[in-house]
Ligand binder design. Structure first.
Ligand code: ADP
Ligand code: MG
Length: 602
């Protein structure tokens, strides 16, 4: 029998390899943008036509290339960025090492024009399907321009995999966003089919995010800032009242690279527990910095999935940092201050101090020695410690403001004792040191009730009050099945019920404080939410039940109030762990500063 194994021709081998790196126009855009950034560009232009199929051009004013490098850059494994294997994990992009241009050149018609700043004359290289068509000296501006025409022109199978232009453009936007978001100090200009879609001037991170996602966002995000030995966290996260119904604007970067780590995404969403309604998702733009040695190297370098060796510790720190940021915004007022700063109009008010967050580091903890991804007992202990750092006593701003509020109300003389005013039945107004505090009464009750319920559910359950006239309620088959399954949980919540028939229940007891008229609505919303929940754990159950119950009971509490009643409410509110946001994500209180009040009278 003759030998049958044959080496693939280079062109075919290149095309196959290219398929791994360049799946669609957006992959080429990503590689070219990252190369431009790596070249130290101050301005990067992106031009695309027809979803990137017919044209992708990236022009930068970076370092440029010599004639030899211009030619070399298209060779596989040609890179100026890695000298030894260990560099692989240190470099910024983690991109495919020296393969991007070789891959693009294998499956497109490419024209490169490049000139180093110190050279008089530049170089043009034209290459098609890995074949060099020409190389010559040309006049061109300093920096580099890559023009990619007719992507996949020689790979019809690939071409037919591409989606509509609109879909390909969406992928390109996504890659563009990810690069622009980690390089706010670089100017980006983006044209699609001859139309200018973005001109992003050099700016700070907050402005860049707002430039990309819209001015409305500026009022909706709060800064997150945390520095520990294990991880540094910067960026912004959405206020709880501005969640979205879909997971959309959720960006997590590690060492400048966009990543998807469900475990850490969960940490962020978990930070909102008890503050956002079921099925609502926060927006976030968070940047983590870790020691590159803590990134698991066995993960495919082009993928967005990454594994951190000490993920569970990062989880706790991340969750605590986000929770702290959203817990403080409403009261400190620093959010709106930051927002103004972003546009350069804000000034420090007399006597105002910007206080850096106080981070206490667990002295027992040494960062890089817990190589086990599994949670050891020791890690568990660290996790508890981190959680403890952010108990109420560790929220200086909240406590501080609460004190001011309460002192004004309590320690004053008789005239001060008239410290609270009810506006309609909706709000309480009171004077505080920095101005006037307004409290949304319904939201405050929800917060107080919610935290009370959580505690009760954790202990012996919410007391049930027996119904004098038991209610009969009829449910759909799925709901009835769920109720039967969830009876123990419902009992913890104060509902005692018995089957009358397969789909009819008699409600003998309802949670104390609730009115029987609300039983149906509360049960419906709890059951619906529990049924729809993807992966409920005990905590989700509890907070779901407490949230729905708090909402129903709070609305019955709205009425004209006496001074004492208002004071009690304020006292109870500030005894809460998270006084500033309702369990539904609504703002509970705002402070109108003296400056803002003065504005009214100008
Ligand atoms: P990598 O980026 O992993 O090094 P690429 O194939 O993307 O691999 O690029 C190969 C080399 O070409 C780079 O290492 C760099 O030296 C050079 N290069 C690519 N794009 C540019 C650019 N825009 N400006 C200057 N040099 C570039
Ligand atoms: Mg590259």
């Amino acid at each position: 029998m003759p030998d049958i194994i044959r080496l693939l021709p280079d062109a075919v081998a290149n095309q196959i390899a290219a398929g791994e790196v360049i799946q669609r126009p957006a992959s080429a855009v990503k590689e070219l943008l990252e190369n431009a950034i790596d070249a130290g560009a101050g301005t990067v232009q992106l031009i695309i036509k027809d979803g990137g199929r017919t044209l992708i051009q990236v022009v930068d004013d970076g370092c440029g290339m010599s004639p030899v490098d211009a030619r070399m850059s298209f060779e596989r494994h040609a890179t100026s960025k890695i000298k030894q294997a260990s560099d692989l994990f240190e470099i910024r992009t983690f991109g495919f090492r020296g393969e991007a241009l070789a891959s693009i050149a294998a499956i497109a018609q490419v024209e490169l024009r490049t000139r180093r700043h110190e050279d008089e004359i530049g170089t043009q290289v034209i290459i098609e399907g890995s074949e060099v068509i020409s190389q010559e000296a040309v006049q061109c501006q300093a920096g580099t321009s890559f023009m990619i025409k007719n992507l996949f022109f020689n790979v019809p199978a690939r071409r037919s995999f591409l989606k509509s232009d609109a879909v390909e453009v969406r992928h390109i936007y996504e890659e563009f966003h990810r690069v622009a978001m980690v390089n706010p100090d670089v100017q980006f200009i983006f044209h699609n089919n001859g139309r200018l879609v973005y001109q992003l001037n050099k700016s700070n991170l907050r402005q860049r995010i707002v430039q990309l996602f819209g001015a409305h966002l500026n009022q909706k995000i709060v800064a997150v800032e945390e520095k520990t030995d294990v991880v540094t966290i910067t960026g912004f996260t959405g206020k709880p009242e501005h969640t979205r119904k879909v997971r959309g604007e959720q960006y997590l970067f590690i060492n400048g690279r966009f990543v998807k780590i469900p475990y850490l995404q969960h940490a962020i969403e978990n930070a909102y527990a008890g503050m956002v309604a079921q099925g609502s998702y926060p927006s976030y733009f968070l940047y983590l910095g870790v020691n590159p040695a803590a990134i698991d190297i066995n993960i495919h370098p082009t993928k967005t999935e990454v594994k951190l060796l000490n993920e569970n510790v990062v989880y706790s720190i991340l969750k605590a940092a986000v929770r702290k940021a959203i817990g403080q915004f409403a009261i400190s007022g620093s959010l709106d201050f930051d927002a103004e700063m972003a546009f350069g109009t804000g000034e420090l008010k007399p006597g105002e101090v910007i206080r850096p967050p106080v981070i206490r580091v667990n002295p027992d903890y040494t960062p890089f020695d817990s190589g086990q991804p599994a949670r050891s007992a020791r890690d568990k202990r660290n996790l508890d410690n981190w959680d403890k750092l952010y108990q109420p006593s560790d929220q200086p701003v909240v406590t501080h403001q609460a004190e001011i509020a309460l002192n004004t109300a309590k320690t004053g003389d008789e005239s001060h004792d008239k410290g609270f005013m009810q506006i309609r039945e909706a709000f309480i107004a009171t004077s505080v040191k920095s101005g006037m505090m307004l409290i949304d009464i319904a939201a405050a009750y929800e917060r107080i009730l919610f935290e009370g319920y959580i505690k009760k559910i954790e202990k012996q359950g919410i007391p049930s009050q027996q119904e004098l006239f038991p209610l009969n309620l009829h449910f759909g088959a799925a709901e009835a099945a769920a109720i039967n399954q969830l009876k123990p949980q419902l009992k913890l919540m104060g509902f005692t019920l018995e089957n009358l028939s397969s789909q009819t229940f008699v409600i003998q007891g309802i949670p104390q404080g609730m009115q029987s008229a609300d039983a149906r609505e509360v049960l419906d919303s709890v059951i619906a939410a529990l049924i729809n929940q993807e992966d409920p754990d005990e905590n989700d159950h509890r907070s779901l039940m407490a949230r729905n119950l708090a909402k129903a009971v709070a609305k019955n509490k709205i009425k004209p109030m006496s001074q004492d009643e208002m004071r009690t409410l304020v006292d109870q509110l500030f005894a809460c762990e998270m006084p500033s946001v309702s369990p539904q994500g609504k703002t509970v209180l705002r402070i109108l500063s003296l400056e803002q009040i003065r504005e009214f009278f100008k």
